[in-house]
Design a protein. Structure first.
Lengths: 138, 63
């Protein structure tokens, strides 16, 4: 099963490295950008830097699917991602509709990706309950 | 889809891990195929067929 471990290990290694980079960039942005700063190009650039890491996370997940040679384990990962997408779209779509008609707090767009990640965990649980196997990672 | 994977494996006294190693897949894959929770792709079905030296239809059958 070394092939599976290789793809998974690579995924986890890159994911952890990107996570450290994300935390560092968020801390840097918090340090240098004052609260309620005007949206100057420099402020926007600083704020977007952690966003590049988010793109890296997404690329890493896609790369995991490409590099996984075991079709069953890959299917489990794809199912997790589909569940995560369904859950995220349901929450964001539902919340957005309520926002239109009721005075509830706006859901910051920032939370879309974290919601999707929670959806991954739920997808893993659903895999476990329906297929007996959760999946390898993420 | 039904399959005779468990029987064929038992005839050779192979564990699920033994079969998985021979097929180049995970033990979970072998378990999922044996228990009917997952139908293998055509390439994997051909690999299984070649490993046991049997035609695909002698291993897999419709429900």
């Amino acid at each position: 099963m070394t092939f599976r471990n290789r793809a998974t290990r690579r995924y986890i290694r890159i994911h952890l490295s990107l996570s450290v980079l994300y935390i560092a960039l968020v801390l840097l942005a918090s340090l240098f950008i004052p609260d309620n700063a005007a949206p100057t190009p420099m402020v926007i650039l600083f704020a977007l830097l952690p966003g590049l890491v988010v793109l890296g996370w997404i690329w890493n997940m896609g790369s995991l699917l490409v590099n996984m040679e075991d079709e069953y384990l890959r299917m489990l990962e794809v199912r997790k991602m589909l569940w995560a997408t369904a859950i995220t779209l349901s929450i964001c779509g539902g919340w957005g509709l309520v926002e239109l008609f009721a005075a509830i707090p706006r859901l910051p767009v920032f939370f879309v990706f974290p919601i999707w990640c929670v959806g991954l965990a739920l997808g893993q649980l659903i895999n476990k309950l329906t297929l007996g196997d959760g999946g390898t990672c993420a | 889809m039904n399959n005779r994977l468990k029987v064929l494996r038992a005839e050779r006294d192979w564990s699920q891990q033994d079969l998985a190693d021979r097929l180049g897949v995970s033990r979970q894959s072998v378990n999922a195929i044996e228990t009917g929770r997952y139908d293998p792709s055509l390439p994997l079905a051909f690999t299984i067929s070649e490993l046991f030296g049997l035609p695909i239809e002698a291993i897999f059958s419709r429900d």
